[in-house]
Design a protein around this ligand. Sequence first.
Ligand code: BTN
Length: 247
Amino acid sequence: MFFIPLFSSNLTTNKFGRKIEYLRTVDSTNQEAKRMIDKNYIQSGNIVISDEQTNGQGRRGDKWFSSPGKSLTFSLLIKNEDPKLIQKLPLICGISAIKGIKQLTNCNCTLKWPNDIMYENSKLGGILIEQTKQHFIIGIGINVNDSTFDSSIEKEASSLYSILGRPIQREPLLAFILNNLEQSLHLTLNEIIIKWESYCAHMNAFIKFHNANEIINAKFLGLNNEGFANMELNQEHKIFNSGVIQL
Ligand code: BTN
């Protein structure tokens, strides 16, 4: 059960999350947001949240697993009216999630490029941004009170409950993430890049990089001025805008 009055009492935004569509179960909140766009039922700033996703979607066609009622799974709709949004969004979503977790729990999570939410070497959250003609659908999943994980991810997954040993309220967590997201939209791309790098745990680290069926050993140098990953391989600097990093 997601208690909307508790969420609303922690929300300080003008627009984000002011209208919330709460479903007990849905295939995927991103899919539901797309259906709502088609029917004109949803507007920029609205949220779709569900206690359970029966077909949660991850990046690169992966499945996203979450425990019903324990995880935070939601989608935020944002109208695409600023050409810089496409570069800013992946970065500010990760930053806002990390800051929201810190504000509520004092737990220091980190970011793994492009926007995995990590605690030490375990993943506790992910972000899937999809685009329609006029909108971005920002899907965020965070393992909050999950205590068991699907066998396919149990080695690398974690939750706030597993880290802190106590249950965490999803309602203020969602409100804090949205408060941060709305505020961060006003930052310049350069300011966002500096913040993102300050939360990244693998700056200047040697990593394995999975890109287009290849696994490359590289040094992660940070983000370039467009927000793409800058890596050093064979003494050359190369820029990537997609891929998966293995720490
Ligand atoms: C990733 O692979 O790291 C991204 C995971 C994104 C999961 C969230 S949960 C809410 C929204 N609905 C989905 O089906 N996926 C995203």
